[in-house]
Design a protein around this ligand. Structure first.
Ligand code: NAP
Length: 482
């Protein structure tokens, strides 16, 4: 069994020690492409998490007071360690998650880019001196680390979702207790290993795997944890927001999406299809910013469908480690059943399956990339996140109707629109009720920009200059009697 150059840790990191669960219990991790056992991780719970919080709380006392130069230096070392180990980290990610290797390599690179971004950005978090109403006073605004941060992350981007949290937290001077998703713990544990290797002090980064309600319960109920950052489903996010109320914990929530992708008659057809493929099929359709609903104007509808069908049919499906593969397996059986159910629902309501429609001959959790036309607002995927390789096309005539349909959802994460009309592009910027809008682009995530949703897609931003704010408190000090 490969240990991926020592990066695959089968233990938890608590206070600088690699440890098992108190009762020795472990959980098996399987490769979704082959079903093979990758390894085991501790099935830890409340007590282990309490110790991780205590270690983080102790470490915060000194870490929060390290010099800016020291923190920035360590973050640059962490960036370099991630890139030096990019191939092993990508292989590990594909082994536990299933995505094609080229995507896994890209995920490691963007994670490293977040680390470098926040190492640069922390040097520019300036305070303020506000003009005081009288001459004997000075009014200062300063920024300080929020404290111990609890982090809970999903399986679809097991490395970069942690990057967007760990990097700003460490830059700000916070310490970390992280719980990676149970399907993909190794990419999270590898962050602990690399942080330790490059010299972050013991207790600054702690990683605990195991029972979600027990670990989450400890994080939410311990007063030492001053902030919780969560990426995952809206339902679990709502539960954590409720739990945070007791202690009025600072929270940021990166939750589910239901992205519309609007193609107007005046769009560049080739560009729209290229963007559609990225926005729909990256990570087998398992991204929070994946297109859920394609709205295509009547004049371009048939040409778009024909080109999209060809592009989908050309995708190579298989184990993510094989050359040329662009679609791996879905994460698990539940994910397959969800997509199957949505296809059955659409067919029963008059949708036409133009391509795919079922499990792939490769077995396991491989699924045929699927194209459905004739989608209507009654179909389940109009309201529910698909999280799979299913493209549903709704035909529309009129711009206002398309925008209204696009906004008719409780979610508000990402939206896309393709048009060559500049005025219409700005109408999309203003009219689409989403935290992120891609005009003539199906891939908008970048470290420089604030990533995050509105409505039930969440609160808070990751990346951009805004991505630090969640890990800091803003303090106002009045100096009087001068
Ligand atoms: P999930 O079921 O909500 O799980 C996310 C994490 O929460 C996992 O680590 C999970 O552990 C944990 N969790 C579940 N119940 C918990 C509890 N009671 N207390 C504490 N932790 C708990 O989501 P997922 O299926 O892994 O991820 C897919 C979802 O994430 C999609 O909705 C997607 O849109 C969203 N997502 C959003 C963004 C964004 O930036 N907005 C990015 C990526 C993904 P267990 O699995 O052990 O329960």
């Amino acid at each position: 069994m490969s240990n991926f150059n020592g990066l695959m840790q089968q233990a938890n990191l608590i206070g600088g020690q690699w440890v098992g669960a108190d009762d020795g219990d472990t959980t098996e991790i399987n490769n979704p492409a082959t079903g093979a056992v990758v390894g085991t991780v501790p099935n830890a719970g409340h007590d282990e998490t309490e110790r991780a919080i205590a270690a983080a709380s102790q470490a915060f006392k000194s870490w929060s007071k390290t010099s800016l130069a020291e923190r920035v230096g360590l973050l640059h070392k962490l960036h370099d360690a991630l890139m030096d180990n990019q191939e092993d980290l990508a292989q590990l990610l594909t082994a536990e998650q299933g995505k094609p290797l080229f995507e896994a390599r890209g995920e490691i690179a963007i994670g490293a880019a977040y680390v470098r971004w926040f190492a640069e950005e922390i040097r520019r978090t300036k305070g303020e001196i506000i003009p005081a109403p009288s001459n004997d006073k000075r009014l200062l605004v300063t920024h300080h680390p929020v404290g111990v941060v609890g982090m809970i992350t999903p399986w679809n981007f097991p490395s970069s979702m942690l990057a967007r949290k760990i990097a700003p937290a460490l830059a700000a001077g916070c310490t970390v207790v992280a719980k990676p998703a149970p399907q993909t713990p190794y990419s999270g544990l590898a962050w602990g290993k690399l942080c330790q290797d490059v010299g972050f002090p013991d207790g600054v980064v702690n990683i605990v795997t195991g029972d979600a309600p027990a670990i989450g319960g400890a994080i939410m109920s311990n007063k030492e944890v001053r902030k919780v950052t969560f990426t995952g489903s809206t339902n679990v996010g709502k539960l954590l927001i409720r739990q945070s109320a007791d202690q009025v914990k600072k929270v940021s929530m990166e939750l589910g999406g239901n992205a519309p992708f609007i193609v107007f008659d005046d769009a560049d057809l080739d560009a729209a299809v290229e963007g559609a493929m990225i926005a729909k099929f990256r990570n087998m359709g398992q991204t929070c910013v994946c297109t859920n609903r394609f709205y295509v104007q009547a004049g371009i509808h048939d040409a778009f469908v024909a080109k999209l069908k060809d592009a989908i049919a050309a995708m190579k499906i298989g184990d993510g480690t094989e050359d040329g593969v662009v679609q791996g397996p879905l994460i698990d059986e539940n994910a397959v059943k969800k997509v199957e159910g949505m296809i059955a629902d659409a067919k029963a309501k008059g949708g036409e399956v133009v391509l795919g429609g079922g499990r792939h001959a490769l077995g396991q959790t491989f699924f045929e990339p699927t194209l459905i036309t004739g989608a209507t607002s009654e179909m389940q995927f109009t309201t529910d996140e698909i999280f799979g390789p299913l493209a549903a096309i709704y035909k529309f005539e009129d711009e206002d109707a398309a925008v209204a349909a696009a906004n008719a959802t409780d979610y508000g994460l990402a939206a896309y629109a393709y048009t060559k009309d500049l005025a219409r592009a700005f109408r999309m910027n203003e009219g689409l009720e989403y935290g992120m809008v891609g005009i003539n682009s199906g891939l908008i995530t970048t470290v420089e920009a604030p990533f995050g949703g509105v409505k039930e897609s969440g609160m808070g931003k990751e990346g951009g200059s805004q991505g630090l704010e969640d890990y800091q408190i803003t303090k106002y000090t009045c100096v009087a009697g001068l």
